[in-house]
Ligand binder design. Structure first.
Ligand code: NAP
Length: 221
C-alpha cells in the first residue's frame, strides 16, 4: 500500500511509519515542516538501513496524497489537521490513532471533546473520508523497535465495512499484532478512553502494559 503519515515526526508516527515500511509498504512520513520529516527519515535510515527502504519524507500535504492516510499528529491537532486536508482525504481510508489525555495527579483521564471520540470528530471534519480508529493502545516504543515483534492487540472501529477491513488487514500484516473488529466508529470512544486507564495502570504498576484480548483468535494475516 501507499501510506501517508501526518505528523510522522513524533514518536508514535515515526515508529508506525518505520514499522509499515518494514513490512513492505511505501510510506510518506509527513510534517508541517518537511525538513523535520527529512531529519526523522534520515535517522531511521541510519538505524534500520534497507529495512525502511520504502520510507520517504515530505510535507503533510504529500502524506495526505497517499492512498491510505494515518493521522499521527498530537491529539489536540488531529481534528483541525483532518479538517485542513478534508478535500485530499475524500474517499480515502483515514486511520485515527489519537487518544485525548490529561494527567491529573498520579493518573490519566480521557479527554473527549464535546463528549465524543476524536475519531468521530475527525469523521465530522472530513465527512467524505472513511475514518477508522486503530493503534490507540500500542506504545510508540513498540512500533519503533523493528527488531522485535509487537506484543499487542489492536481493536479497529469504523463505519465503512471495506475501510475497516483494509485496516484490519494492515494491522494483521505487522508481526505479531492481532487485529480485532470493534464495529462502528461510535465504539472508538471506548478504545480512546481506555488508553487513559491503561496508561494509569502502567504508571501505578510501573510498567509498559498493552492490550490483550483472551478467548479470541483475532486476525493475524
Ligand atoms: N505516544 C504513544 O505511545 C502513542 C500510542 C498510540 C497512539 N498515540 C497517539 O498518536 C498521536 C501521536 O503521538 P506522539 O506521542 O507521537 O505525538 P507528539 O510527538 O506529541 O506529536 C506528533 C507530531 O504532531 C505534530 N504537531 C504538533 N502540534 C500540532 C498541531 N497543533 N497541529 C498539527 N500537527 C501538530 C508535530 O509534527 P510537526 O511539527 O513535524 O508537524 C509532532 O511531531 C497522538 O494523537 C497520540 O494520542 C500515541
Amino acid at each position: 500500500m501507499h501510506i501517508g503519515v501526518l505528523g510522522a515526526t513524533g514518536p508514535a508516527g515515526r515508529g508506525l511509519a518505520a514499522r509499515l515500511a518494514a513490512v513492505g509498504h511505501e510510506v510518506v512520513a509527513g510534517s508541517r515542516d518537511p525538513s523535520r520529516a527529512e531529519a526523522v527519515v534520515g535517522d531511521l535510515r541510519d538505524r534500520w538501513g534497507d529495512r525502511v527502504a520504502g520510507l520517504t519524507a515530505g510535507s503533510n500535504a504529500d502524506a495526505a496524497d497517499a492512498g491510505v492516510v494515518v493521522v499521527a499528529t498530537t491529539w489536540e491537532g488531529a481534528v483541525d489537521t483532518v479538517a485542513g486536508f478534508a478535500p485530499a482525504l475524500a474517499g480515502k481510508v483515514v486511520i485515527a490513532m489519537a487518544n485525548g489525555l490529561e494527567k491529573v495527579g498520579r493518573e490519566f483521564h480521557p479527554v473527549l471533546p464535546g463528549g465524543r471520540s476524536l475519531s468521530e470528530g475527525m469523521q465530522a471534519a472530513a465527512p467524505e473520508a472513511r475514518v477508522v480508529a486503530a493503534f490507540q493502545h500500542v506504545p510508540a516504543a513498540a512500533f519503533a523497535a523493528l527488531d522485535q515483534p509487537i506484543e499487542s492487540d489492536v481493536v479497529v472501529c469504523g463505519d465503512d465495512d471495506a475501510a475497516r477491513d483494509v485496516v484490519l488487514g494492515l494491522v494483521a500484516g505487522i508481526p505479531v499484532l492481532r487485529a480485532f473488529d470493534g464495529g462502528s466508529l461510535v465504539n472508538a470512544i471506548g478504545i480512546e478512553a481506555f488508553a487513559a486507564t491503561l496508561l494509569t495502570c502502567n504508571l501505578r504498576h510501573t510498567g509498559k502494559g498493552t492490550l490483550r484480548l483472551l478467548g479470541l483468535e483475532g486476525r493475524t494475516s
